[in-house]
Write a protein that binds this ligand. Structure first.
Ligand SMILES: Cc1cc2nc3c(=O)[nH]c(=O)nc-3n(C[C@H](O)[C@H](O)[C@H](O)COP(=O)(O)OP(=O)(O)OC[C@H]3O[C@@H](n4cnc5c(N)ncnc54)[C@H](O)[C@@H]3O)c2cc1C
Length: 463
């Protein structure tokens, strides 16, 4: 963009942010930090100003905090016009306008899309409406579930043992509630961390009194005559009496509102370049529409230029800051978003952290500590290089392995960084499930093709 036009944009332009949550707020703050004095509009379908989601499955369910007390701290004033409680329902790229459900249209010079994801609902709509059936994504979900747990249900059933499902089960046990976890895969966390770590996680859950059932699916939820859930039926022909069910089957990207807009948006998210600029459906990068957070999928040079979709708090912040910087910069000043994925979770008294893309790993090696002690570091290898790492109560090692990932260090990890214990001597298969079999899903999704794969043939159209 020409300098004069950029100066004009910064002084008098119109920036619209759709999705008033973590990524939207941090982008807005960066936009003002960069000296933007024009009009800034924040559009959000939830009635609340931006709040934080991680506490919803942790402190809020434990009763240590409330859903109302999760407002995100503000880094600075953003002087925005807030349009809360009204969803965006369409985008006119040619006219540069966002259409709202109340019929309004909001014009923009630069648009940031940060509409995130929503909880995947229970597939049977009538069963999902039974009293006592919950999902957990929003502040309202967190408040409603916490209230129900306060009423001390006899048994909670959590369907899906990903990070959120496992954290919910952990909170239930900490409250002394009976909880069953049903997981279609072989172990909890198996989609994100593989079977070796999944086995540790399964032991941890059972030691803490969780009735963990793996390799099974819930086939039906049954209600009583008053419409309250009372039982669940399983694929192994068993039945469980339960009065609360939490459906924790992963997430769906909020992109439906862009259908027909011409933007490259679909069930996998919105494709963007490393500079956060959205692609249109023809694969041409736009110059006025940016994407950040859970809804984005962007290529990463460290991971074979695969498109990564990340449901990670830190990614939403970093990508939002980069998008905001780039939308107000000349092309030579733009930055790539090459954040190394990092994630944390606390459950059953253990602090789990990961860095890189564990789910890309074919092998894992326990490099520090031991699984039996539940304090260890596992390093994932892919085609002879370090691609990810996970720690259980051993987070101090993560910066070291992040640096190994960034420098594409060789795998197996050579001594002397590795403990000389039996766990650490050799790599073993990381044991990820077949990605075509749906489980709760990893929090990182790869949606490109490795150059080594030969699954597609490209036939150019004749001109
Ligand atoms: C229970 C829970 C626990 C978590 N724990 C962790 C954790 O321990 N560690 C970690 O790294 N991450 C965790 N996360 C993930 C983290 O919260 C997300 O990565 C982060 O919220 C992403 O921010 P975002 O702004 O991209 O999207 P979101 O927070 O999903 O926000 C998107 C917003 O856009 C709104 N929206 C959607 N469609 C429209 C529309 N058409 N018009 C207007 N508004 C729209 C949505 O309602 C929402 O308010 C957790 C998430 C949950 C739900």
């Amino acid at each position: 963009m020409h300098e004069v036009t950029l100066e004009h944009l910064k002084r008098d332009g119109r920036i619209v942010v759709v999705g008033a949550s973590l990524a939207g707020l941090r982008a807005a703050e960066t936009i003002r930090d960069k000296g933007f004095t024009g009009s800034l509009t924040m559009i959000g379908d939830e009635p609340y100003e931006p709040y934080d989601r991680p506490p919803l499955s942790k402190g809020v369910l434990l009763g240590k905090s409330t859903a109302e007390r999760t407002a995100l701290p503000r880094r600075r004033a953003i002087d925005a016009e807030w349009r809360l409680g009204v969803p965006a329902v369409g985008l006119d790229m040619a006219a540069r306008r966002v259409k709202l459900a109340d019929g309004d249209e909001v014009p923009y010079d630069r648009l940031l899309i940060a509409t995130g994801v929503r909880a995947r609902p229970w597939p049977n709509a009538a069963e999902s409406e039974l009293d006592g059936v919950f999902v957990l994504r929003t502040r309202d979900d967190g408040a409603a579930l916490a209230r129900r747990l306060d009423a001390r249900p006899r048994r909670v059933l959590v369907i899906g043992a990903g990070f959120t499902g496992s954290e919910i089960a952990s909170a239930c046990r900490e409250r002394g509630l009976e909880v069953t976890v049903a997981e279609r895969g072989d172990a909890p966390l198996v989609g994100a961390l593989g079977g070796v770590i999944g086995a540790v996680s399964a032991e941890l859950q059972r030691e803490h009194g969780v009735d963990l059932r793996t390799g099974v699916m819930v086939t039906q939820l049954e209600g009583d005559s008053t419409g309250r859930v009372r039982a669940a039926h399983f694929s192994d022909d068993t039945t469980l009496d339960c009065d609360v069910v939490v459906v924790s089957l992963g997430a769906q990207r909020n992109t439906e509102w862009l259908r027909g807009s011409g933007l490259g948006a679909g069930p996998r998210g919105i494709a963007c370049d490393a500079g956060c600029r959205a692609f249109d459906i023809r694969g041409i990068v736009t110059d006025d529409i940016y994407v950040a957070g859970d809804v984005a999928r962007s290529p990463h040079p460290l991971f074979g230029y695969q498109f990564l979709s990340l449901e990670h708090w830190g990614n939403a912040v970093s990508q939002a800051e980069t998008a905001a910087h780039n939308m107000l910069s000349v092309s030579s000043d733009r930055r790539p978003h090459i954040w190394v994925p990092a994630f944390w979770s606390s459950q059953f008294g253990v602090n789990i952290k990961s860095v890189g893309v564990p789910s890309m790993g074919s092998e894992i090696m326990i490099t520090q500590g031991s699984r039996a002690e539940r304090r260890f570091t596992g390093v994932y290898g892919y085609q002879g290089r370090v691609i990810g790492a996970v720690t259980f109560d051993n987070g101090r090692w993560l910066p070291f392995y992040q640096q190994q990932i960034e420098s594409t260090a060789p795998f197996p990890v050579p001594f002397p960084t590795v403990d000389r214990r039996s766990d650490g001597n050799r790599p073993v298969p990381a044991d990820f499930p077949d990605p075509s079999v749906p489980t709760h899903g990893p929090t990182i999704t790869l949606s490109g093709y490795s150059p080594a794969d030969r699954r597609m043939t490209f036939t150019p159209a004749g001109h």
